[in-house]
Write a protein of this length. Sequence first.
Length: 293
Amino acid sequence: MKIGSHVSMASPEYLLGAVKEALSYKANALMIYTGPPQNTRRKPVSEMKVEEAHALMREYAIDADSLIIHAPYIINLANSAKAETFELAVEFLTKEIERVKEIGAHVLVLHPGSHVGMGEDAGLDQIVHGLDEAMKQIGDVQIALETMAGKGSELGYRFEQMRYLMDHAKYKDNLKICMDTCHIHDAGYDLNHFDDVLEEFDQIIGLDRLACMHINDSKNSKGARKDRHANLGFGEIGFSLLNGIVHHPKLQNVVKILETPYVDEKPPYRYEIAMLNKGCFDEAVLEHIRKGD
């Protein structure tokens, strides 16, 4: 099982430090931002200790496909209301694709975007336009569009919307999907019948398009369209369902990434990865994290 979590990439070790953090959680996969997700400030990749990081990854048999990059939230390709916002999104996504190449990763997770009141059809067409502009030098990078909860005016909360983007984008072969368990639950998909959800995904999009998954519990009831992550087993989805998804035979080779909340400012990932590896829920895990056991 390829499983890890979102890890930080901060000075002075940057990517090397991110890999070390992942290893401290007994992970064999990881996800990073190339810089702060709320702004466009970025360090040159040449300063990010990339070679040292990849050497450490090779030592622990972490392949490049298990290093996932997440695009920043400020990219909104669906915005057709403000030309300057859309142009910034295209420009920054174009640069982010080049950073993914320099870092030596292959998958870039991207939120499709929000139509900001202009309507879903207009938003979807604007995303296609933005992808076509930003992906002109895509190379072997895969853009993994993330399934969304549908809060506000965000798009990508139905599999059919993702299919539309793939059908109309110029570089469709480089478009994949990142499935978020919290998001699809909040969007209304019933994870109690996950085999049916997976079959629907396969029929509409194709399992071969699933590049990675975000494994999160949800603080909300099914269909709430709110997007509030919970720690594994402490939300409305529950550990049993999430454990079954992680170990699903059709998803064996799909990279899984935890994005669950910190507990008292402490990362829960070592404990949650251990629970998933054992297939056993520990109801005292939050207290273990708080105590630093």
